[in-house]
Design a binder for this molecule. Structure first.
Ligand SMILES: Nc1ncnc2c1ncn2[C@@H]1O[C@H](COP(=O)(O)OP(=O)(O)O)[C@@H](O)[C@H]1O
Ligand SMILES: [Mg+2]
Length: 794
């Protein structure tokens, strides 16, 4: 034995291999460093034996050392060489496994002496079959949950050789050089198979983890994903059907179609290279279909840049007016933006950002802008996106790789200059382990970069600079600052009941009727009923709930119409409402009939519109401790403390009782994020009411920050807060004096219904809320005459 081996020691050229699993006696595509191009071409021509030898991790290809190589390799015969993305692809047939004895590196030429070192074949036919079946089973489990999986599964079924299957599967697994070498260096077939199965199962588990993480995908993502799977399957079936005679025809076809396309030269060159690969690649169906998918995608993408068409601002305004009721300021800003974008020499507009509560028409405005500009409209929902790949795609080396949503949308639009609505940018998740979607989005939106946007799948620059981007958000708080910097913000507020009525009458009712295929002659919704839906069946800043309720009525009506039940039109009056829509929304957000002392109504701003909230304070025997509950943020807790100190300075006698009592401040209502300083005067009033025992009118609401010196500071979101107050049945509101200037933006309808009282100091607040008159002096010591007779805690 020993003798025989010594006889076969030989000398060979070494081919350094970087990322393929090398196994004996199989056909494979080797990946080789590009730097070794000249060398690769020499292989097989030198007339000596060649050896493929794996490289270790992190090796400098330009300067290989003996230490960079592993010891076990395989003999091989090389075939065609083609250029891959990051490496050269060399078609090869491997033979026996060998062990390198002595490596010699001269410049870029590597040679070695070697000895055969065949691994034991310790599996019989039955054993092999079992192993194959097991691998296929694991692949099947992976495939059922993965786009493109079905096809993958199908491909795997055809394998009858364990090593060949390992090589094929390993190409799609993120194995380290060490793990790959582990497979080659295993001393028996069984050991190798088990090692690989272990790697495969780990891969499956990490994929499953990925899938679980992705479960929170928006509905749309799920739909897209399903479509993708179906499309992959369809392609697989098609290629199956065409496989014989269709094949060469379609290859030629690609060449012709690419030549005829509008691709820029650089892109066309890359596409033709892919066609070359398609022609060169062997019978492996899977790889071919990957290349085809890629080529199809390239061909479907629009490449031809549209001639800019001047915008007719007047016509644009007409479109906006026809589609949207009210919103005058918003429309004006949009038209201005269009005008400015048009004038700017480089015509790269900044991105428009529409911010406002849900159902205020942000998304539909985007659509109308597209119509006004006569461009294609596409909407990309960003809600819940947490993976960079959603935006920018997967590299093609991944199983089921797909382009990102940006290019996918452009492809659907079919033009290079669509209006793209980036819906709900404030709902992008912060970047996880797989890259930050926000920074990918930044590249999409940045005019400095987006003319060479690179999708991982396409892997070539694509020019997005003609796209008109419009983003929408409920709140700017969660939008990363660099993104926000690139956007021109337009604020949209909630609607008054009257505006809702008009929107309902003029837009929503006709829309809903059309959606349900009901003619106007078949259903009538009375004015009074419409107002009642707005007042009693919805509590919202926008009109989404209103539209839903109208749809419920339409469904009820269709039922009647189909059954031929009763006379037409079906008339919806206030009685019908109760029957069809059920009980009125009972809202804790409505003003109460009576509040005990210590409870005061406040106003809050939230991303979904204004809200009223109640601040409740109560006391119990104790030692002067303060407990604050209701999950208040730090700033609000601080305001509570400021209020208490302030109260002690302003109403020392009233607050004296606090020493023997514990105070508990609670802010109910889970839906309202409770932070920020604007509840300052409300907290102060609640404590003052508690201390004095004077009840505060439940129909009085207030908002304002308060300082330790008792000055009332301005707050944000005044309009939303006043709309909410009106919605909730409040009739008097205290606002900071400095906010009076903001009242010009508040609709008259709201101002007519609310008594709005500006306040400058806490003395003003006490006077309006509790009827206590204090001298307006800083650090005033309370005169006992101003105190009511009874203090509750004495
Ligand atoms: N001012 C308006 N005029 C007409 N319809 C409106 C108006 N505001 C909202 N709508 C309608 O309300 C529905 C919800 O609007 P949408 O654009 O989805 O709101 P958002 O994106 O702000 O949540 C749509 O049917 C839209 O047409
Ligand atoms: Mg929307």
């Amino acid at each position: 034995m020993k003798d025989k081996r010594e006889q076969t020691i030989g000398r060979a050229n070494v081919l350094p291999v970087s990322s393929t699993v090398l196994l004996p006696n199989t056909e494979s595509t080797l990946l080789m460093a590009k730097a070794d191009r000249d060398y690769a071409k020499h292989l097989g021509t030198i007339g000596e034996t060649d050896i493929a030898l794996p490289l270790k991790q992190g090796v400098d290809h330009g300067n290989l050392k003996a230490d960079d190589f592993y010891r076990m390799g395989v003999l091989l015969t090389t075939g065609a060489i083609s250029e891959g993305d990051d490496a050269l692809q060399v078609q090869a047939q491997t033979a026996e496994r060998i062990e390198v004895k002595e490596l010699r590196i001269e410049g870029s030429i590597v040679t070695c002496t070697y000895e055969p070192a065949p691994a034991r074949i310790d599996l019989d036919d039955k054993g092999r079959e079992e192993i194959l079946d097991y691998m296929k089973k694991v692949v099947h489990e992976i495939a059922t949950g993965f786009p493109g999986g079905a096809q993958f599964d199908e491909m795997v079924k055809g394998y009858t050789d364990v090593d060949a299957l390992i090589i094929q599967l390993a190409r799609f697994m993120p194995l380290s050089p060490e793990e790959r070498y582990g497979l080659l260096s295993a001393d028996s077939l069984k050991e190798r198979s088990l090692l690989f199965i272990d790697q495969l199962i780990r891969q499956k588990e990490s994929l499953e983890l990925n899938m679980r993480l992705n479960e929170k995908f928006s509905e749309e993502a799920n739909k897209r994903y399903r479509e993708q799977v179906l499309r992959e399957q369809l392609k697989a079936i098609e290629s199956e059907l065409n496989s014989e005679d269709g094949e060469t025809a379609s290859k030629k076809d690609y060449r012709a179609r690419i030549e005829a396309s509008d691709m820029p030269d650089e892109v066309r060159k890359a596409a033709l290279e892919e066609v070359g690969k398609l022609e060169a690649s062997g019978s492996e169906g899977f790889e071919q279909s990957m290349i085809r998918n890629y080529l199809d995608f390239m061909l479907e993408l629009p490449w031809k840049r549209e001639e800019p068409v001047p915008v007719d601002l007047k016509a644009a305004r007409e479109v906006l007016d026809a589609r949207h009721y009210g919103l005058d300021k918003v429309k004006e800003r949009i038209i201005q933006h269009l005008a400015v974008t048009q004038l700017k020499a480089d015509k790269r507009g900044s991105v428009l950002l529409l911010v406002g509560p849900p159902g205020t028409g942000k998304t539909s405005l985007g659509k109308s802008i597209a119509e006004a500009l006569g461009r294609e409209y596409i909407r990309m929902s960003l809600g819940g996106i947490r993976d960079e790949a959603e935006i920018r795609g997967h590299r093609r080396t991944y199983v089921g790789a797909m382009p990102g949503r940006v290019l996918e949308s452009i492809k659907r639009a079919g033009t290079t200059n669509p209006v793209m609505v980036l819906d709900e940018v404030d709902k992008i998740m912060p970047g996880g382990f797989s890259g930050d979607p926000a920074s990918a989005l930044l590249e999409v939106l940045d005019p400095e970069q987006n003319n060479t946007f690179t999708d991982h799948y396409l892997d070539l620059p694509y020019d997005l600079s003609d796209v008109f981007f419009i983003a929408t958000a409920n709140s700017i708080d969660t939008i990363p600052a660099p993104l926000l910097d690139r956007m021109e913000m337009i604020q949209i507020s909630g609607y008054t009941p009257d505006e809702k009525f008009h929107i309902g009458r003029e837009h929503l009712v006709p829309e809903v009727l059309e959606d349900h295929g009901i003619a106007e002659s078949q259903l009538t919704i009375g004015d009074e009923a419409l107002r009642e839906i707005i007042e009693e069946y919805t509590v919202e800043a926008g009109v989404r709930g209103l539209k839903k309720q109208l749809a419920a009525l339409a469904r009820a009506a269709s039922e009647k119409i189909v059954e031929g039940d009763g006379d037409l039109p079906y008339v919806v009056d206030t009685e019908v409402l109760e029957k069809v829509l059920g009980r009125k929304v009972s809202h804790h957000e409505r003003a109460q009939a009576d509040n005990p002392a210590g409870v005061v109504t406040g106003l809050a701003w939230t991303p979904v519109g204004g809200e009223i909230l109640f601040i409740e304070s109560t006391d119990m025997p104790g030692t002067g401790e303060v407990t604050i509950t209701g999950q208040l943020g730090d700033v609000m807790q601080e305001s509570a403390r400021i209020s208490l100190s302030l109260l002690k300075s302003r109403l020392p006698l009233g607050a004296a009782g606090f020493k023997e009592h514990d105070i508990h401040i609670h802010v109910p209502s889970g839906a309202v994020p409770k932070d920020g300083p604007s509840a300052g005067i409300t907290l102060f009033t609640a404590l003052a009411s508690l201390a004095t025992g004077i009840k505060v009118d439940p129909k009085l609401a207030m908002t304002g920050e308060v300082t330790l010196r008792g000055i009332v500071m301005p707050i944000g979101g005044l309009k939303e807060k006043l709309l909410a107050a009106q919605r909730a049945g409040i009739n008097k509101v205290l606002i900071p004096d400095e906010n009076v200037q903001d009242l010009k933006d508040v609709p008259d309808e709201v101002k007519d219904q609310l008594k709005i009282v500006p306040v400058m100091t806490v003395e003003d607040v006490l006077k309006e809320a509790l009827g206590i008159e204090l001298p307006r002096v800083e650090h005033a010591l309370m005169s006992s005459a101003a105190l009511p007779q009874r203090a509750p805690m004495v």
